[in-house]
Design a protein around this ligand. Structure first.
Ligand code: C2E
Ligand code: SIN
Ligand code: SIN
Ligand code: SIN
Ligand code: FE
Ligand code: FE
Length: 396
């Protein structure tokens, strides 16, 4: 092992300590902190081994080490039974020149190891969260300088561990907010579903149709760039909100058994803009910018636009219609056609497919219509899986 004179240790320290403090301050996890500490500490104090011990529910967890031969990495001992625990409980540094002459040491645990001398410093002295141990294979009187270096390293580690704990609790809070957001979205979607009870599983089915269609479109050069797996997942998740605006439509129109007159249909058409606004408001209240809710807005707003420009609310034409809206249009209309609605009977699958095919380039994006035709069987399967039963789908 290297024996450093007091003078050369003192020369080395400032730059090394600064580098270590910087590395620790940027660490995003405990592993990074422990890794930096064990390497630097071993070099600076010329030890044969370094351990990094974490205090965990009354136990000393020997979480990391850097040593000539293995020490106790991965093991846990009660705080009362180990010197790191002693150091944490007493908030004191232990300097032990001969471990076999010190009653605080559990000798049996040391016999299989190389250790003769050690220094143990608590991490965060006022309320220890861990300890750093330095070990020597020969009997060695650790210098006050080495003890001082270890204490300074422990102070840097304490700052780093506090940062990491803060980062983790922020991440947990963010995770919590995301889960709350998902719950709100589900609640919104099921509200729409309850109002429009005729549509039953419509919302769930359209989600699966739109994903199946998007996956098929992914292999088409015209769409591949826009349809990453992540985008498809977002479309799948936001699709349930496409008709959320229907919660703003009066029952007398929404649940009218017969055909809507022109004025009623004009009101019905506002559901696209109402939906966009409802999601935008929700987004503002949640105070988050979310790709997911941006996409949900886009889908709610544009799922009734038509390729030839005759749709609503804005009469967008061709590829001016966002791809998400063009995908949703096919999913939505297929499901409306094969389902019984309060205002219409169910069409058989083949008839629904024929109606959609006839609208290629009029209502629907021609390329997406072709893609739909290649996977129409998948749509039928999805309907049967989530529908009210296969009988409604018997081919005429
Ligand atoms: P929805 O029932 O979910 O229908 C979605 C879309 O599927 C319709 O959008 C339309 O493009 C297509 N679709 C539905 N049924 C048929 C059909 O029998 N033939 C053809 N070719 N296409 C069909 P649209 O027309 O903009 O309607 C939007 C929503 O307005 C509908 O959603 C439904 O909730 C309501 N609605 C439309 N027409 C009537 C009606 O005559 N009576 C009642 N009570 N509601 C209607
Ligand atoms: C230690 O005392 O430093 C570890 C070994 C043990 O607690 O048994
Ligand atoms: C798909 O998503 O690729 C089709 C199957 C489903 O969604 O149920
Ligand atoms: C539409 O107006 O095209 C949908 C409703 C219907 O055809 O009954
Ligand atoms: Fe709609
Ligand atoms: Fe719909």
């Amino acid at each position: 092992m290297t024996v450093l004179s007091v003078q050369s240790i003192a020369d080395l320290i400032p730059a090394d300590m600064d580098a270590l403090a910087l590395k620790i301050s940027m660490a995003r996890g405990l592993g990074e902190i422990m890794g930096a500490v064990r390497r630097t500490a071993r070099r600076l104090v010329g030890a044969d081994g370094i351990t990094f011990v974490l205090r965990e529910d009354g136990m000393c967890h020997y979480a990391d080490e850097d040593a000539i031969t293995p020490l106790w990495k991965g093991q846990r001992f009660p705080l009362e039974n180990c010197i790191s625990g002693w150091s944490m409980l007493h908030r004191e540094v232990a300097v032990i020149e001969d471990i076999y002459a010190d009653a605080r040491i559990p000798h049996a645990a040391y016999r299989p190891t190389f250790v003769r001398s050690l220094v143990m410093v608590p991490v965060r002295e006022d309320d220890p969260v861990g300890a750093i141990g330095a070990y020597w294979a020969h009997q060695h009187r650790p210098s006050p300088d080495s003890v001082d270096i270890l204490r300074r390293i422990a102070n840097s580690a304490a700052v780093g561990m506090t940062n990491v704990a803060l980062i983790n609790s922020l991440a947990a809070a963010k995770e919590e907010a995301l889960r709350a957001k998902d719950a709100v979205i589900l609640a919104m979607a099921s509200l729409a579903e309850t109002r429009d009870s005729e549509t039953g599983n419509h919302i769930r089915r359209t989600q699966h149709y739109v994903r199946a269609l998007a996956r098929a479109a992914q292999t088409h050069p015209a769409f591949a760039l826009q349809l990453s797996d992540a985008v498809i997942d977002l479309i799948y998740k936001s699709a349930p909100l496409h008709d959320i605006g229907k919660v703003g439509i009066p029952d007398s129109i929404l649940l009218k058994p017969g055909r809507l007159d022109q004025q009623e249909f004009a009101i019905m058409k506002t559901h696209a803009e109402l939906g966009r606004r409802a999601i935008a408001d929700a987004q503002q209240h949640l105070g988050v910018s979310s790709t997911f809710l941006d996409l949900a807005q886009e889908i709610a707003h544009t799922h009734h636009e038509k390729w030839d420009g005759s749709g609503y609310p804005n009469g967008l034409k061709g590829s001016d219609i966002p791809l998400s809206g063009r995908l949703m249009a096919i999913a939505d209309v297929y499901d409306a056609l094969v389902s019984e609605r309060i205002y219409k009977p169910a069409f058989p699958h083949d008839e629904a497919v024929a109606i959609i095919a006839a609208e290629k380039g009029r209502h629907f994006d021609p390329d997406l219509t072709d893609i739909f035709l290649t996977i129409a069987d998948t749509f039928r399967t999805i309907y049967n899986r989530f529908g009210d039963g296969p009988l409604q789908l018997q081919t005429a």
